[in-house]
Design a protein around this ligand. Structure first.
Ligand code: UT7
Length: 324
């Protein structure tokens, strides 16, 4: 038993912040941001919350699958920017959409969070414990980004994406390969302190503000080395070659990272769709946001072979191969 995605949804805040807007607030330029990252604009939440974005993405995913909120048996929300510690985001989403029959909890694996949540849903459903799940990636990173720090504020954006997955026992369909891993010893490379721990001593994490601090170059090198390796392992499990995959849906951190990964895999960039020009790096929301766009525009058809791969703070990384 494995899972197949039967519906997708997404939500973006109304307000857009362009590179030109950022030129007015920090020492940067549209040319630098585009050249170094590929990002042109990002959505920034004002009225919207992580929970409201996640709930809207879930409603769409259910409707796209032809399912009702009451059908959902499990809700997993991946996020690293929830506004509340308690209750968890997934419980708030459960209440907002009226999914009264679901068990709900959060997963935080930063930018690999959605992928980890999808693999968790797969494990639950393969065990027979549940028959379906809503899997969500939702972030309001603008709240944990120092908007005066040009090394991070040009990268991150807000949004949410969700999928509704169901048990699948059709041979050769659904999840065909799964890899995940963590390198906690390198946690200091990308960190953000919880606001209420501003006074606590912690030698490993010296920054005392509640904002993201990143050694960008280190994360870049990690992604370019680790992602092709773990995609290779997932392909091996699936018994597929890199060129047999129709679309590679990667975490949207930097177009140069995506290009480097494509090159290492020996696959043309036309198989690596991207939306970071329009939404920036939305952490755990990046993969499901892009999945929803591709699904809604008819670019993913039944039978399509996909690779999903994410990496981020932790450090965490993972990949899966699936047949739609
Ligand atoms: O979501 C998962 C986690 N995040 C990532 O995957 C991000 C991975 N890393 C990256 O995408 C890239 O490392 C960055 C986009 C963050 C940075 O690009 P880079 O090519 O590694 O640039 P850099 O950090 O080496 O900086 C080059 C120069 C520096 O100036 P000097 O020292 O050469 O004079 C920076 O101070 O660019 C400067 N710089 C900027 N200039 C204009 C840094 N940020 C900016 C900026 N505007 N926003």
């Amino acid at each position: 038993m494995t899972i197949r995605i039967s519906g997708t949804g997404s939500a973006l805040p109304e307000m857009i912040r362009t590179n030109f807007d950022l030129e007015k607030t920090v020492d940067t330029s549209d040319a630098w941001i585009r050249e170094r990252t590929g990002i042109g604009q990002r959505h920034i939440a004002r009225e919207e919350t992580v929970a409201s974005l996640a709930a809207e993405a879930c409603r769409q995913a259910l409707s796209s699958a032809g399912a009702e909120a009451g059908d959902a048996e499990l809700i997993l929300v991946a996020s690293c920017s929830a506004e509340m510690l308690l209750p968890c985001l997934a419980c708030r989403v459960q209440s907002d959409i009226g999914a009264v029959n679901a068990a709900a909890f959060d997963i935080n694996a930063a930018c690999a969070g959605f992928l980890f949540a999808l693999q968790t849903a797969n494990a639950y459903i393969a065990s027979g414990m549940y028959r379906n799940a809503l899997v969500v990636g939702a972030e309001v990173l603008s709240r944990i980004t120092d908007q005066s720090d040009r090394s991070t504020c040009v990268l991150f954006g807000d949004g949410a994406g969700a999928v509704f997955v169901q048990a699948c026992d059709e041979p050769g369909m659904g999840m065909l390969g799964m890899v995940q891993g963590s390198d906690g010893g390198r946690g200091a490379v990308l960190q953000c302190r919880a606001g209420h721990y501003a006074d606590a001593d912690n030698e490993a994490f010296p920054f005392r503000d509640p904002y993201i601090h990143m050694e960008g170059g280190e994360v870049y090198k990690f992604a370019v080395r680790t992602v092709p390796e773990c995609i290779g392992q997932a392909l091996l499990q699936a018994g597929l070659e890199a060129e047999e995959i129709d679309l590679y849906i990667l975490h949207q951190a930097n177009i140069r990272i995506i290009e480097a990964i494509a090159k290492r895999l020996g696959v043309g960039m036309e198989r690596f769709p991207h939306d970071l020009e329009r939404v920036g790096n939305t952490s755990s929301a990046a993969i499901p946001l892009l999945l929803d766009e591709l699904h809604k525009s008819g670019k993913i058809q039944r039978g399509a072979k996909l690779v999903l791969s994410g990496f981020g703070a932790g450090l965490t990384y993972g990949a899966c191969v699936m047949r739609w």
